[in-house]
Design a protein around this ligand. Sequence first.
Ligand SMILES: [Fe+2]
Length: 501
Amino acid sequence: MVQFPKDAHGFNQPIRFEADVYDCEVTGRIPADLAGAYVKVGPMWYFPQMYPDDGAVNGDGYITMFRFKNGVVDFKSRWVRTPRWEDDRNAHRQLYGKYRNPFTDHPSIQAQTIAKPYLRTTANTHTLAHAGKLFAVKEDAHPYLMDPKTLGTIGPWDFNGQYDGQTFSAHNKIDPMSGELLAYGYEATGLCSPDLWVYTMDKGGRIQRRWRIKVPQVSMIHDMAATQKHLIFPFGPYVTSLEWLKAGNPHWGWDETRPSMIGILPRDGDATDVRWFKGKTRAMIHIINANSEGNIVTLYAAHVDGAFAPFNEYFKSVNGTPLTASGALIRKYTFDLSSRSDTYREEVLWETPVQDISRIDTRFMTLPNRYAFTGYHDPARPFDEHRAGNLRGRVSNCYCRFDLETRAVNAYFAGDTHSLGECCFIPRSRKGTSAFAREGNAAESDGYLIGVADNFAEMRSELVIADAMNLEAGDVARVILPFRTTGLHGLWIGDDEVDFG
Ligand SMILES: [Fe+2]
């Protein structure tokens, strides 16, 4: 018998079903030139968590797809059927314990999950499309290969036996110039191991290079940045150890006495060429983009001061102090590689807190770019508390295009009962993944901005589509689902990248 805790209500109530909606309800008009799919993955508990203080990010992987074809949108959702999901289904209960801690698992599976912690993955964090394949990914295991036509789970993918690390990561990068996948896994040789293994795969998915790096401190390297010359690995003072895990804690503790660190690896260098830079203590979770010009490396990211707020409920300080966090601010970090200094310069570009995850026109990944897209809360916009509940100040009611050069803001408002998830940019036209400079391609930020909005009044999810060059104009179209759905990170994947049928 399934009984969820009392705090699993409203939009947090797991829906637990898989859905197919053909020819979705739409307001406005779906642009006929949108051919592809917006595919997201997020956590959702199928069975209630074993421990009441375990967090949502430990939930089962749930993959959703808005499929655009000939001006019509179909919706599909499926569970990512990992060994963990299958074990729980067979047991009619949750057997898996706290976030990335096999020592808290049910005794019937514990010996196996301690020996092979990657079997615990839920593949619930992000999607990835490369070399014609679609994946659901989480940073504790190999990527899960998914059938793009059915969203059925095919299984973990090791790049035809070439990928020898135990872990992949949730946020990898694709070089738009070469089509290479730039990927990595930390704790690559087992729980709490100081091994950061980095790979490049060519556009056909074959591994070309490997770097095996020893990190100065085992920490959460949730995202990376890449330039044409460098790979960049930021992390904050999240710490872990086998002793910490055996004591029954979630995977990460927060040690505010440690600095943040950013490793910079030359793409044409060896693992010993990585340089580690130190900065102010803060969670460094997601990045926006980076570029290299001469000896100067510039990194853009929306980072908080302090710990990462969504984790504060269930990740704790190793020193017993309460975790605090500010809002994420868009920052510019500058590194001078000609200097022997191990520090960097930083500048806040916008004082308004934004969503931790921002997006760019990915044709400019690794290259100088001008615009970041992100969500934020604008208190001047209306919110209908009577219909949507007392969520004032806690919703992302706007998307914006932020100009990294002039700091100008162009904003889209989602509605007075809505909160926006992360956004995604779709170029109006392009020729292949690496074609940003070729004839027939739209200018940077010329295209559509999309994202899923929670409508608290109607208790349903809505996919919003706006003109990225004219966000103030509001919806181009909106896809209305007759239910709530979930999703953490997602991608627009064109028909030229993956065959969705
Ligand atoms: Fe993420």
